[in-house]
Design a protein around this ligand. Structure first.
Ligand code: PLP
Length: 457
């Protein structure tokens, strides 16, 4: 449906304000301003209801890895709908698309991963993971191993368990969170919290916060540690090189399951199929979603490593958990078609060896701008730290996020979607972005920084 030809923007905004409650929005403020109406997507580009073209620097919400509007996905979905539009995977039934997707995932994931439990989203994947790790220890007659350690400023979703595992204070403030048995430790955010330490020293210090927490809570009471390989919604926080090896050592030595939340970093974002491979992490479980279908249809899952799968499958008996849409055949068909595109077009190899390094090099040059205190990027996931004065790692006075919001609004006006996390600008474009589109992205980002700078003078 070409909405822009059917409805003018104003009436659509009025209807949206009248009936639609938006996620993560101050709706009163939004309704006064009017929401942006996106009507089309092709490749890396979006179009709004005013006919404005916008470069999608966030791949939707970190998910449209193959770019918008690929007809192969629509064809696969249509064919599957005609064949079997829905059946469930409860009570000893299955169907070809869920079998084929499970097989493909076992082939693509690191060798110790041979099973997957399907969900409808990343949040559901983290709920599933939480019940699975506690069930694992209970089955092994260690039910007191119950606490899951997570990190401040982490994002693991919006369900009660997802938001509890996440470390976002504004989310905990609504709905009586966190649920019991979740403990948060420091994050490896050197730019904001590293003080006088070198990044390497700080990486070790924050990793060792895990060991201290295990000592305080008692090793016999801790089930797992969960973290995103690179914190996404928290501000694209790339841990120092010392961080992950130390976390890995602690989890091994202290008999704690390690969960890598791959909802953003899975399916190519860091130039590997999984972010864990980029950092050499060997997790026991990997929640996935987003890039699994490139967002074309909702689907998520938990990749379950052999250590946990063996216990749940052979010793637990019934695992009393599942969703009506676990392994939905049409969502599986979309995911299969998406994985084939990622694999056959060597998109992830290009992120590792060609377009990724090209974007990283150009992005790094933005650090020369007077407003930018740090420009970092791994794979195709990056951040710019906006600062009032260089070279200090100091934030703007006043309310955090004010300058970020100004910058984000200029960015949209200039035709580029970047997200603001407090006063950091975030980028995570479709993985199919070309060299020419990267040049255009950098031009628009530079203009956006100039406009913001001018506004502040
Ligand atoms: N985990 C991570 C790391 C995420 O970034 C997100 C969403 O952004 C989620 C989980 C939740 O996924 P969903 O929004 O599909 O429930």
């Amino acid at each position: 449906m070409n909405v822009s030809n059917t409805y003018p923007t104003g009436p659509l905004q009025a209807l949206d304000a009248a009936h639609h409650m938006h996620p993560f929005s101050d709706m009163k403020a939004l309704n006064a301003e009017g929401s942006r109406i996106i009507v089309k997507g092709k490749g890396c580009w979006l179009e709004d209801s005013n006919g404005k073209r916008i470069l999608d620097g966030m791949a939707g919400l970190w998910c449209v890895n193959i770019g918008h509007g690929r007809p192969e996905i629509a064809e696969a979905v249509q064919a599957q709908m005609a064949e079997l539009s829905y059946y469930n995977t409860f009570f000893k039934t299955t169907h070809p698309p869920v079998i084929e997707l499970s097989r493909m995932l076992a082939e693509l994931a690191p060798p110790s991963f041979n099973h997957v439990f399907f969900t409808g989203s990343g949040s559901e994947s983290n709920d599933t993971m939480l019940r699975m790790v506690r069930t694992y220890w209970k089955t092994l007659e260690k039910p007191e191993k119950f606490v899951v350690i997570a990190r401040k400023n982490a994002y693991h979703g919006s369900t009660m368990a997802g938001a509890s595992l996440g470390g976002m204070a504004p989310m905990h403030a609504q709905g009586g969170l966190p649920i019991p048995g979740i403990h948060h430790i420091a994050q490896p955010y050197w730019f904001d919290e590293g003080g006088e330490l070198s990044p390497e020293e700080f990486g070790l210090q924050t990793a060792r916060a895990l060991e201290q927490a295990i000592d305080e809570i008692g090793e016999d009471n801790v089930a797992a540690f969960i973290a995103e390989p690179v914190q996404g919604a928290g501000g694209v926080i790339v841990p120092p090189a010392t961080y992950w090896p130390e976390i890995q050592r602690i989890c091994k030595e202290r008999n704690i399951l390690l969960v890598a939340d791959e909802v953003i970093t899975g399916f190519g974002r860091l130039g590997r199929w999984f972010g864990s491979e980029y950092f050499g992490i060997e997790p026991d479980l990997m929640p996935i979603a987003k890039g699994l279908s490139s967002g074309y249809l909702p689907i998520g899952g938990v990749m379950v490593g052999d250590r946990v799968a063996d216990v749940i499958i052979n010793q637990t008996g019934d695992f009393n958990h599942g969703f009506t849409y676990s392994g939905h055949p049409v969502a599986c068909a979309a995911a299969i078609a998406n994985l084939k595109i990622l694999r056959d077009e060597k998109i992830i190899e290009r992120v590792a060896n060609d377009t990724g390094p090209y974007l990283q090099k150009k992005w790094a040059l933005l650090a020369n701008h007077p407003l930018v205190g740090e420009a970092r990027m791994v794979g195709m996931m990056g951040a710019l730290e906006l600062v009032p004065a260089k070279p200090e790692r100091r934030r703007f006075a006043g309310e955090a996020g004010k300058i970020g919001t100004i910058c984000r609004d200029f960015s949209f006006k200039n035709g580029l979607i970047m997200r603001a996390v407090r006063d950091s600008m975030i980028l995570s474009p479709p993985l199919v972005i070309s060299h020419e589109e990267i040049d255009e992205l950098i031009r628009l980002a530079t203009k956006t920084l100039d406009d913001t700078h001018e506004e502040l003078l």
